[in-house]
Design a protein around this ligand. Structure first.
Ligand SMILES: [Zn+2]
Length: 133
């Protein structure tokens, strides 16, 4: 019913409606990410927590490095080394030795996402070399 009213009134053309649809799409997309979704570990926008935690959000942001990494040759060892800060932060928090904060989670997540991007690009390069032969 809301769809017919939406089309009858021409509401679907409005900018606000399109923006709302895009946000709904992003929310559904974020639901794919396996995350604990604890509100205290999420960034907040206008008082509402984001659908995924700050660490996962920044890991996804780190994947934005993939196109740029094809321009440079970075060894996969750097990708592995980039996982160490997140592992230390996550494991020490899991053991209860210390409490992390959202800024640290975001920074380690971004480093980890960049490292995963290095791994993805390195794997694609190896795959291309194998397929060339
Ligand atoms: Zn998460």
């Amino acid at each position: 019913m809301w769809k017919t009213r939406m089309f009858r009134t021409g509401l679907w053309r409005s900018r606000m409606w399109r923006c709302r649809l895009q946000l709904q799409f992003l929310n559904k997309l974020f639901l794919i990410v396996p995350c604990h979704r604890r509100p205290e570990r999420c960034f907040h926008i206008k008082g509402k927590p984001m659908p995924i935690c700050s660490r996962c959000l920044c890991i996804l942001a780190g994947y934005m490095m993939i196109p740029f990494l094809f321009l440079f040759k970075v060894g996969i060892i750097w990708g592995l080394l980039c996982q160490i800060p997140m592992l230390i932060d996550g494991l020490t928090q899991l053991k209860g030795w210390r409490q992390s904060n959202n800024l640290l989670r975001a920074a380690t997540g971004l480093i980890s996402g960049s490292g995963l991007s290095i791994g993805i690009v390195s794997s694609v390069r190896v795959l291309i070399e194998v397929l060339k032969q």
